[in-house]
Design a protein around this ligand. Structure first.
Ligand code: SF4
Length: 90
């Protein structure tokens, strides 16, 4: 009956880099304030869920530079862009 799971990662991060950009994007849901800036900047990459928190729709729907630009515009630095050699941003 106790199916409540705690401590499980719920980020949209996947272990493998994306097929095209070879990056991963992580959104820290605890930091995200739902401003929607990332969605406005890259609506094919980011969306807001029903809790008003951003999640990643498609890591490869924009160029890495565009993803980084969107991450830079996040007012609370909740978006992390990771490349094969480590963090690209921040
Ligand atoms: S820009 Fe940052 S705070 Fe705003 S919705 Fe996106 S991740 Fe959340």
């Amino acid at each position: 009956m106790d199916n409540h799971r705690t401590g499980e990662a719920t980020l949209d991060a996947v272990a493998e880099p994306s097929a095209v950009n070879s990056i991963r994007i992580e959104v820290d849901r605890d930091l995200c304030i739902g401003s929607g800036d990332c969605v406005d900047a890259e609506p094919e990459v980011f969306a807001l869920d029903d809790e008003g928190k951003a999640f990643v729709l498609d890591t490869d729907a924009a160029t890495p530079d565009e993803v980084v630009d969107a991450a830079r515009n996040c007012p609370v630095t909740a978006i992390f862009v990771i490349g094969e050699d480590g963090y690209i941003y921040p």
